[in-house]
Design a protein around this ligand. Structure first.
Ligand code: ATP
Ligand code: MG
Length: 595
């Protein structure tokens, strides 16, 4: 069967071979790969004093608070309405100690699940790290979730504690409270009092004020559970991936090698902790690397974002394709009204990054975006474009040193064959054993077991590998389109449509066809200034046909004001397909409501 992966006509973006203003942590990929070992990576961290194990919060906060970085700003919080708050590493140690003591005083112990349902406020970060100090399992939820997704996730994880605000509690939790028999404590952050009728509800500020600022982290086994993260629900019902304290080794080293974090960086990860990126790279990796991290409470708004990048002198910025596409939609001129002299490294994750978007970074910021690939299940970055490495726009880059990645095909006997031949498409597989690998899907052992075959973890994504080691994303196994004997990755079609000046974003699906099995149908959202209509539709069809050829090009194009996406910003092709075919929409708990 002929296969079409995404191929780009864009030239490589070459990196300097010398003369760096800040020399990258990973200067020579092959050399780093040859000398890398997880034990060596572990030695970059301290471990709990006295050889008492490994705890994420100690590595993120306490070890810096006890050393030369103690007065460095760990978190610079920017409130929605202009308020600001700085927390140094020393202050963060004290607050997280207090929170750990609050939990302990409530009888919440190791392994107990502590959920957070809050916007990006400082208390969320304190709760996450304080829970880890108390060896609880922290599970952050998007504050925009409705009651049902909240109920489902809290039931699956048997939440014992919830930390939220009075408003979110009233709106989203009060009505489902009696369906959560394991929930013993609700801590309320901020004004508005609390539903006093609930004996188990405590006021966060009062409890924190009376808690001791000293806390000694008890011995922590690196295999102790630490984080429960739900997947984005792009392909179906979200799964609760469980991670352990050892994951911090991967968070730290990927922050250092893939995001090129240096301790004097001002770093901004735009993801909400409700999505794994917002925890692994929005809390843990930046803090273990001793940077100052920006936390912005506000929602996406290009003007606000450019303002933050400029004013806060952000040097390393980690964001997502959906945000980049929205910035592209707003135009590079807006970006060019600002100056970003401190900015030196841009990275993106979550969805395939269209070549057009990589190159747009150059136009708007004078720097390309570095795509990287990973999943909730992998806990940390697995494949990346490194600061020192030439970028092939559209490619995810190369596996992290210490990660063995392969292209495989499943066999009928339940095993896998490794595809040795370069440029062949197949399923992306990883050799298990890295520290941030998920240890379970909470309460779903069968679903977990199905992810492994023949000694590999199977990612569910299709990709191909070039002879010199660059990996290219083709599509999710569920999204690949089968047409007239060809396998078509939606990413290729979408990236091509995005090369047209009118197109802001695009999604391609397979539509059943009696002759071809499926034909490609594309949904397109336009940039401002362009009107949907028959002439533009015909122009786009012809544009795609010239570039992709008749087999791969869409046969139909529909215009939509915006594409349906998850709260973590991923286009939900399965929803477009269900709507197109008049089928049930399935799990839509993570669908973002369009404003
Ligand atoms: P679910 O598993 O519930 O369907 P999800 O897979 O979207 O949701 P996440 O774990 O948040 O949940 O996302 C991981 C997936 O996102 C990857 O498997 C891949 O499909 C996609 N992805 C992430 N980064 C990239 C990237 N750089 N290029 C292409 N795809 C990416
Ligand atoms: Mg997934």
């Amino acid at each position: 069967m002929a296969v079409h992966g995404n191929r780009t006509t864009r030239d490589e973006i070459r990196k300097p071979r010398s003369g760096w203003s800040v020399p990258p942590n990973l200067m020579d990929y092959d050399a780093e790969r040859a000398r890398f070992s997880w034990d060596r990576a572990r030695r970059d961290l301290d471990g709990l004093p006295g050889g008492r194990g490994l705890n994420i919060a100690h590595e993120a906060v306490d070890r810096h608070a006890a050393g030369p970085l103690r007065d460095r700003i760990a978190i610079r919080w920017l409130g929605k309405d202009g308020a600001e708050q700085d927390l140094t590493y020393a202050q963060l140690r004290e607050l997280t100690n207090r929170f750990a003591n609050v939990l302990r005083s409530l009888g919440v112990g190791p392994g107990d699940r502590v959920y957070a349902l809050m916007g990006r406020v400082p208390e969320l970060y304190v709760a996450a790290l304080g829970t880890l100090k108390n060896r609880g399992v922290f599970c952050p939820l998007f504050s925009a979730f409705g009651p049902e997704p909240i109920r489902a996730r809290m039931s699956i994880g048997q939440a014992k504690v919830l930390i939220t605000t009075p408003l979110l509690y009233q709106r989203k939790v009060a009505a489902i409270r009696d369906q959560l028999p394991d929930l013993q404590h609700v801590l309320l952050v901020g004004d508005g009092g609390g539903p006093a009728a609930l004996a188990d509800t405590g006021d966060y500020a009062t409890l924190m004020a009376s808690a001791s600022p000293a806390f000694e982290i008890a011995p922590t086994d690196p295999e102790d559970p630490a984080l429960l993260h739900f997947t984005s629900g792009t392909t179906g019902t979200p799964k609760g991936a469980l991670h352990v304290h050892a994951a911090v080794v991967a968070h730290h080293i990927t922050g250092k090698l893939a995001l090129d974090l240096h301790a004097d960086d001002v770093y901004w990860c735009t993801a909400d902790p409700g999505w794994v990126t917002g925890t692994s790279y929005g809390i843990i990796a930046p803090l273990t690397n001793g940077v100052t991290m920006i936390v912005d409470e506000g929602d996406f708004d290009p003007a606000r974002w450019y303002g933050i990048l400029e004013k806060e002198r952000v040097s390393v910025w980690y964001t997502a394709p959906t945000a980049i596409r929205m910035m592209m939609k707003a135009g590079a001129e807006l970006a060019r009204q600002h100056r970003f002299p401190a900015l030196r490294f841009l990275a993106s994750v979550g969805e395939p990054l269209n070549p057009e978007a990589v190159v747009w970074g150059q136009e708007a910021f004078g720097l390309p975006f570095h795509d990287n690939w990973w999943q909730t299940e992998t806990g940390g970055i697995m494949i990346a474009n490194y600061a020192s490495m030439d970028i092939r726009p559209g490619s995810m880059g190369k596996p992290l040193p210490g990660i063995e990645a392969a292209i495989v095909r499943r066999t009928d006997g339940g095993g896998v064959d490794v595809v040795e031949q370069p440029d062949e498409e197949g399923e992306l597989a990883l050799r298990p054993g890295w520290p941030s690998m998920f240890r379970a899907y909470w309460n779903e052992p069968e679903r977990y077991k199905k992810c492994f075959a023949g000694g590999w973890y199977l990612t569910g994504d299709l990709a191909r590998r070039e002879a010199d080691g660059y990996f290219w994303f083709v599509g999710r196994a569920d999204d690949v389109i089968k047409s007239s004997g060809h396998l078509i990755g939606p990413f290729e079609v979408e990236s091509t449509l995005m090369e047209h000046p009118a197109v802001a974003e695009a999604a391609a699906i397979g539509k059943p066809d009696p002759v071809a099995m499926e034909v490609v149908k594309a949904f397109v959202a336009l940039k401002s200034g362009y009107e949907p209509g028959e002439p533009l539709r015909r122009e786009l069809l012809a544009f795609a046909r010239t570039r992709l050829g008749a087999v791969v090009a869409p046969k139909e194009i529909d215009f939509l004001p915006t594409l349906p996406r998850t709260r973590s910003g991923k286009i939900m092709r399965r929803l477009l397909k269900a709507r197109e075919l008049g089928l049930p929409e399935g799990d839509t708990s993570t669908l973002e409501e369009m404003k």
